[in-house]
Design a protein around this ligand. Structure first.
Ligand code: UDP
Ligand code: MG
Length: 312
C-alpha cells in the first residue's frame, strides 16, 4: 500500500471544510483501486472561528482526518511547510485550498501522470474569471516581471495545488528558508513536472483572505526571494547617473570656456537634486529589502509553532 497525504491550509474555513471533505472523499474513490491510502491533514493557521471544532468532528467519524493547529496565524506558506513536514514519510502529497478552488476532480488525472513517471504534477488556472479585473491585471504584470527577473520558472496562474512524490517532498523540505515563496521553491527544486490547466473556480464558501495590498507585498516577497536582479538594477542606475553627470560637467566647462557664462537657474538644479535624492532612497530601499530578509533569515526563528492540544 502507498499513502497520499492531502494538505489543507485553513484560516477561518468553518463553512468550507465540510463541503471540501465531502467533495474530496467523493473524488478519491479511485485511490482504492490504485492501492493508495488517503490521509488528510488540515492545518489550522490561527483561525478564530470553529475550524478546529469542525475538523475534530470529522476526525471523530473518520480517523484518516488529522489536524495541526498553530499558536497564531503564521500564513499559508508556513501552513504548507508544516503540512509537508507531516507528509515527509508519505509516498505522495498534495496541497489543496479548503475552498474547493483547487478542484479535487483533477486528482485522478494528476495521478495518471505520476504513474507515467513524473515527480510532480502542477496546476495553473488559465482563466481568472470571477476575480476583480484590476487584480488580474496586476497579477499578470507580476508574472511578466518575475519571468524577466528570476532564473526560476514561475508560471502565470500557477496554484499551490500540486501533487508530488516523496522525492519532491524531501527536496521542498530541504529548503528551510524563513522567507518562503512556495511557488518559487517548487520551480527551483526542478524535477520533471507536468502542468495541467484548468478554469478558475469560485470559492465554495467563506471569503478570500487576500486583499490587494497583501498581494502586492506577497509579490515583492516573491521577487526578493528568487531574484537579486533589483540589486543589479540599483547599481546600474548609479552608473548611468554618474555618466550623465560627467557629460553635464563637460558641457558646463565647455560653455564657460566659450561664453564665460555664469551657471544660472536654480530650478533646474533643484529638479536634479530632488531626482537624484529620490533615486538614492529608491536604491537604498532595494538594498534595505534584502538586508531585512537576511536579518530575518539569520535569526532562524521557527516557521510556525504548534498548539499541541489542538493537534490530532
Ligand atoms: N490560508 C491560510 N492562512 C492564511 C491565509 C489563507 O492557511 O493566512 C488558506 C485559506 O484557508 C485557503 C488557502 O489558504 O485554504 C487560500 O486562501 P484564499 O482562498 O483566501 O486565497 P485565494 O484563493 O483567494 O487566493
Ligand atoms: Mg481561494
Amino acid at each position: 500500500m502507498s499513502e497520499l497525504t492531502v494538505i489543507v491550509p485553513c484560516k477561518n474555513e468553518e463553512e468550507a471544510i465540510p463541503l471540501f471533505y465531502k467533495e474530496l472523499v467523493a473524488q478519491t474513490a479511485f485511490l482504492e483501486k490504485r492501492g493508495t491510502e488517503l490521509k488528510l491533514i488540515f492545518i489550522d493557521d490561527g483561525s478564530d472561528d470553529k475550524t478546529v471544532e469542525v475538523v475534530r468532528g470529522l476526525h471523530d467519524s473518520d480517523p484518516r482526518v488529522h489536524m495541526i493547529s498553530f499558536s497564531r496565524n503564521f500564513g499559508k506558506e508556513a501552513a504548507m511547510y508544516a503540512g509537508l513536514r507531516a507528509a515527509a514519510d508519505s509516498d505522495y502529497a498534495v496541497i489543496m485550498d479548503a475552498d474547493l478552488q483547487d478542484p479535487p476532480s483533477l486528482l485522478e488525472e494528476m495521478f495518471s501522470y505520476i504513474d507515467q513517471g513524473y515527480d510532480s504534477v502542477a496546476t495553473r488556472r488559465v482563466t481568472r474569471k470571477g476575480e476583480p479585473p484590476i487584480r488580474s491585471f496586476f497579477a499578470r504584470r507580476f508574472y511578466k516581471v518575475m519571468k524577466k527577473l528570476s532564473d526560476t520558472e514561475i508560471m502565470d496562474g500557477a496554484r499551490d495545488y500540486r501533487l508530488m512524490t516523496n522525492q519532491f517532498i524531501s527536496a521542498v523540505l530541504s529548503m528551510t528558508e524563513y522567507n518562503r515563496f512556495t511557488k518559487g521553491i517548487f520551480g527551483w527544486v526542478g524535477y520533471e513536472t507536468k502542468w495541467i490547466d484548468f478554469e478558475n473556480v469560485d470559492r465554495s464558501a467563506g471569503k478570500t483572505k487576500w486583499n490587494f495590498w497583501g498581494l502586492v507585498l506577497y509579490s515583492l516577497e516573491g521577487i526578493t526571494a528568487f531574484s537579486t536582479k533589483p540589486l543589479v538594477l540599483s547599481s546600474l542606475i548609479g552608473i548611468i547617473l554618474c555618466f550623465i553627470s560627467f557629460v553635464m560637467i563637460l558641457f558646463i566647462i565647455v560653455r564657460w570656456l566659450i561664453f564665460r557664462d555664469p551657471v544660472a537657474g536654480w530650478p533646474s538644479l533643484m529638479t536634479v537634486i530632488v531626482f537624484v535624492g529620490g533615486l538614492q532612497f529608491f536604491c537604498t530601499g532595494i538594498l534595505g529589502q534584502y538586508i531585512a530578509k537576511a536579518y530575518l533569515e539569520v535569526k532562524e526563528r521557527p516557521l510556525y509553532l504548534k498548539n499541541e492540544k489542538n493537534c490530532f
